[in-house]
Ligand binder design. Structure first.
Ligand code: NAD
Length: 284
């Protein structure tokens, strides 16, 4: 069976998750949702300086320009940074997708992205297959190295696999201790789809959970570090967000300790607590 993740404790800052298309993506990256353009530029510069080598943005975040500027000005080789952006809902459909992608590249000031995702399936539009096929063209052109989806359910994924003959490289979904998506993760593993967790800290809510704070005391780390380490040991790709330099560094300092299998299981068992924070993919 495909192992889209890393499941042992030997996870380092350079650990890559293998994708089903032969590419690989850093297990720990940096998210920039809800950051204005200038703040995104400053935070991405900070994150790159700390050691992050994967940045997750989207058309709808309205900060691709700041993200691209920070990457170009970092002095880090383009090939050493993994850049993800996403196609917004009103750009689904073949021609719009191709245009929206060109526009994203212009704003980023880059000549390729490492991963291009369909942001939401929007099943009511009936366009996600056509959209994905346009992304296959972008991948053939070399300007999107990998392609994938976000917020797809098993049903959406099955329909996509049947229609296109391939599984997307990544499905980026809401995933945190109170919504740990066991069934979807198992489905991803069966279909060689890498699981990427959005709102990995539950937008901060996971950090006050009594089990998480108790385990943090046991291992002498912060709640955020414990939750991120839990994701990594489950094999998830994880993209926490912070605009605070100390937290950006804290969230990257998760490679010098490990949770026991029992601690991982205890956190996984928090599923159902607070449940889903964001919209339901079928309805949004
Ligand atoms: P998150 O779970 O990463 O939580 C971020 C919040 O947690 C911060 O705003 C801060 O308040 C707090 N925080 C972060 N580090 C902390 C620390 N060390 N100590 C204490 N508090 C801390 O939430 P998110 O931003 O929603 O998700 C991360 C990324 O996922 C986004 O930036 C975006 O890139 C992506 N995302 C994608 C989708 C999608 O539909 N594909 C949706 C939401 C988010």
């Amino acid at each position: 069976m495909f192992n889209g993740g890393v499941t042992d404790s030997a996870i380092t800052a350079n650990t890559l998750v293998q994708l089903n298309d032969g590419n690989a993506l850093p297990a720990l990256g940096f998210g920039v949702w809800q950051m204005p353009d200038d703040q995104a530029a400053d935070s991405v510069a900070e994150a790159l300086a700390v050691g992050y080598r994967s940045i997750d943005t989207a058309r709808i975040y309205d900060n691709e320009a700041g993200v691209g500027r920070a990457i170009r000005e970092s002095g880090i080789a383009r090939s050493d940074v993994f850049v993800t952006t996403k196609l917004w809902n009103d750009d689904q459909g073949r021609d719009r997708t191709l245009r929206a992608f060109d526009d994203s590249l212009v704003r980023l000031g880059l000549d390729y992205v490492d991963l291009y995702l369909i942001h939401w399936p929007k099943p009511g539009l009936g366009l996600y297959i056509e959209t994905y096929e346009a992304m296959m063209e972008l991948r053939d052109s070399g300007r999107a190295r990998s392609i994938g989806v976000s917020n797809f359910t098993q049903e959406h994924l099955l329909r996509l696999v049947k229609a296109t003959g391939e599984a997307p490289a990544v499905n980026q979904v809401e995933l945190h201790p109170s919504f740990s998506q066991a069934a979807l993760r198992a489905f991803h593993a069966e279909h060689a789809i890498a699981t990427e967790s959005w709102s990995p800290l539950g937008q901060g809510e996971s950090l006050t959970d009594p089990t998480v704070t108790r385990i943090a005391r046991e291992v002498g780390r912060t709640p955020a570090q414990v939750v991120l380490r839990w994701h990594l040991q489950l094999g998830n790709i994880v993209i926490p967000k912070s605009a605070t330099p100390a937290r950006i560094a804290e969230n990257f300092a998760v490679f010098d300790f490990a949770l026991t299998p029992a601690q991982v299981a205890e956190i996984t068992a928090l599923d159902g607590g607070g449940g889903r924070i964001g919209p339901h993919p079928e309805r949004f």
